[in-house]
Design a protein around this ligand. Structure first.
Ligand code: DGL
Length: 358
């Protein structure tokens, strides 16, 4: 009897020891962050240390980017992949589909805690919003770039990358949607935009506000996003190899209908009208938009102004025209949501719901 209880006690002790060791290992282990490199200025090089314009983007490979910031190895267990090597003005739907599928595959792995995507800043906000709508995980996905090439005095890439890796490995970033980490700031993918052609503080969420800071490598959040994203998305690109053609027609004084007609003739299935003011439709453009709708093209009224809600039935009778309004989305982001919406439905009622959901 005594012998049995000794064995039971020994077994219990062994189990407790193993459990404690496992907990210690879990808490002691560094977060596992995958870095997916796509190009941009963060991977750029200039002729001299003072070359901050006129440099070449997308020349430095992912391993060199990681090697340039050895401090990263102290905060995360890193893997690096060169998915593309392009300047981001050349980012296209096909790139997004490849990137989204790779991100979802990696995040499905239990040994990946978060992802950092290095990216050119010109279309970084668009890639971030696209991923915000198609990533099927609550794990952090952080986009990062730089405004000065890697060879420049006070290059911002290394610290931005260090911050992004810390953020992607942080439990506090779980469930926050796709994030943009630039200039010690944390922005939500839906509302951030590049606001300046060259300055390091270019990424802004002007009126709705950024959602946190990164200070000393630690993220501090002050806001929550309210629109659906990532794990709560209804969009699925896993079986898609192409996205519907959706274009943007920009309005301005004296605009006519040439752009709208040309875009429709080229096969656009959806058209975002970047209207003046509250999404107003110039009289010379309106008939072409109505004709496009009659052909089955879905029309979204957005605004070029940058902030505010495009009011449904405000500057146009959307109910009568069977148009959709973009809510607060910029024209370039409204294009992304409309593209994904058209992979699921052509119902303007359903699409309008999506614009009020994401
Ligand atoms: N060609 C631009 C791009 O790749 C450079 C701007 C940048 O990355 O900051 O987006």
């Amino acid at each position: 009897m005594f012998q049995k209880s000794r064995h039971a006690a020994a077994a219990l002790f062994a189990m407790l020891f193993l459990f404690t060791a496992a907990v210690h290992a879990q808490t002691a282990r560094l977060p596992r962050v995958s870095i997916l490199a796509t190009g941009g200025t963060i991977a750029g090089t200039g002729a001299t240390s003072t070359t901050t314009v006129g440099y070449t983007a997308a020349t430095v490979g992912v391993q060199a980017l990681i090697a340039a910031v050895p401090e990263i190895a102290k905060v995360a267990s890193i893997s690096g992949e060169q998915v593309f090597q392009i300047a981001s003005e050349n980012m296209g739907n096909e790139h997004w589909l490849v990137l989204a599928k790779r991100v979802n595959a990696l995040l499905a792995q239990p040994d990946v805690d978060g992802i950092v995507i290095t990216h050119g800043t010109d279309t970084l906000e668009e890639t971030a919003y696209f991923l915000n709508l198609v990533v099927k995980s609550r794990k952090p996905v952080v986009l990062v770039g730089s405004m000065r090439p890697s060879t420049a005095l006070s290059a911002d890439g290394p610290i931005n990358l260090y911050n992004a890796v810390n953020l992607a490995g942080s439990p506090a970033a779980v469930g926050k949607g796709v994030l943009v980490a630039m200039n010690d700031q944390i922005h939500a993918a839906r509302d951030v935009t590049k606001s300046n052609t060259t300055t390091a503080d270019t990424f802004r969420t002007t009126e709705l506000g950024m959602i946190g800071y990164i200070q000393g490598g630690k993220p501090y959040f002050y806001r929550e996003v309210t629109r659906k994203h990532t794990a709560d998305t209804e969009f699925d690109v896993s079986r898609l190899d192409v996205l519907p053609q959706v274009d943007v027609a920009y309005a301005y004084a004296n605009v006519g209908d040439v752009a709208v007609k040309a875009l429709v003739a080229s096969g656009a299935k959806g058209l975002v009208h970047a209207g003046v003011g509250n999404g107003s439709l110039p009289a010379k453009t309106r008939p072409a938009l109505i004709a496009a709708r009659e052909k089955g093209v879905v029309i979204v009224r957005a605004a070029r102004v940058g902030q505010g809600i495009v009011a449904r039935n405000g500057e146009a009778n959307d109910d009568q025209l069977d148009f959709v309004v973009a809510d607060t989305l910029s024209p370039q982001k409204a294009r992304i949501l409309l593209m994904l919406a058209l992979t699921r439905t052509s119902s303007t009622r359903e699409i309008q719901r999506m614009f009020h959901t994401y």
